[in-house]
Design a protein around this ligand. Sequence first.
Ligand SMILES: *[C@@H]1O[C@H](CO)[C@@H](O)[C@H](O)[C@H]1NC(C)=O
Length: 463
Amino acid sequence: MGLLRKLVFVTVTVAAVGIGSIFYSLNQVPPLPELGNTWWGAGEPRKLDESIRNFKINISDDILHDLQIRLDLHSHLTPPLEKTNFEYGFNTDYLKKVVEFWKTKYNWRERQVFLNSFPHFKTYVDGLDLHFIHVKPQKVEKNTRVLPLLVLHGWPGSIREFYELIPLLTKPRKNVDFVFEVIVPSLPGYGFSEGSSKPGLGAVQMAVVMKNLMERIGFKKFYAQGGDWGALIVSHMGTLFPERILGVHSNMCFVNSISANVKRILGSFWPTLIVDEAHVDKMYPLGKHYAHLLEEMGYMHLQATKPDTVGVALRESPVGLAAYLLEKFSTWTDKDWRSLPDGGLTRKYKLTDLLDNVMIYWVTGSITTSARLYSESFSKAQFALNLDSIPSITPTACAMFPNELAYQPKCLVQEKYRKLVRYTDMPRGGHFAAFEEPGLLADDVWEAVKIMERDYKQQKNAA
Ligand SMILES: *[C@@H]1O[C@H](CO)[C@@H](O)[C@H](O)[C@H]1NC(C)=O
């Protein structure tokens, strides 16, 4: 070989080995962490009552009276800038109307009856007194199997998001040989579930707690559904406990491995390698989408670093809490609603239902403990577990709602979920899928589990 040829040969070989080893290291799968049970309660671990207790939401008159006083206080709302709506945050002209409605029309005692219309329970798990709703189907035909389904909310949501969804899952459907019994917990530190007394209860650890809760209720194997933090937790459950999770249905599939992010960036040069033509504008140009995410994610940085500080203000002021939480229901449902005087809040939601969700945070005083989930999940310890880079072998389905904050194309989702049985581009809806579009979400859950059950049947027949 001539010198030039040799040089070219050596260069090409070195480059090929280099690129190969980069891809090899990107595709290295870290070991699955071993996560034992942890005592998250106050003080030293001790034996606690392991029974499942009936529970009714019953907020004391003292708490309601205190709320009334705070709402009646002369308020000091700063007027919005001229000709602006929700561009600078929650519009205070509209906030006045929300508060007026809250004071004069919203009736907690009535709402409590509604919220208690499903059976509620509590039980101690890993040192925490955890709350959950458990609804069994009525009138099940003899040949219909009842499948347990864990449904998890996120922040700033609560069990309230699922009241319209639950009956759509527990009512048998024609020509389907299964139906769901639904378990809807309040996440630890949210609503009626006790928060941790110890540092370290992030989304990964919550996956362990939720697995333990299901075992307590009597389910060693079950399906799991979630959005927002709930989506992350059910994803972790599928990754960590494939022998227990029959299938995962997520309405916020989010893949954050290094190789997925490299592909996401490469897609800037050739988008249709990553995402189909019809959805290119949901991902690219990346700069535009990252800019939008940054606008929406200030709260996340705050809660991931100093949740207790902002928690003081939000715990003192119900008006402040309502603005902070309800702003998310505006822009996360539809980013264009920023330019509407009421932030679009009454387009898809009723003020009463939105206030139910705010009240669940207020009457339980759980805003600070709920916000800590960000700190615990964006910690070094949590990232060291590397769960984002460990593929899940649990059958998984993703419902991608068009107004979700970050569009995830099927090809990236498949990096994490090696048994992606269904990926649906949903016709409408945003981040709060269960609350916004219970019918669409329920249908997609049914379809996904039909596929998963059919696959299990085929495996059984083949064995
Ligand atoms: C709530 O608690 C009060 C006081 O303990 C009791 O009188 C009332 O009957 C309870 N209401 C419900 C709906 O359980």
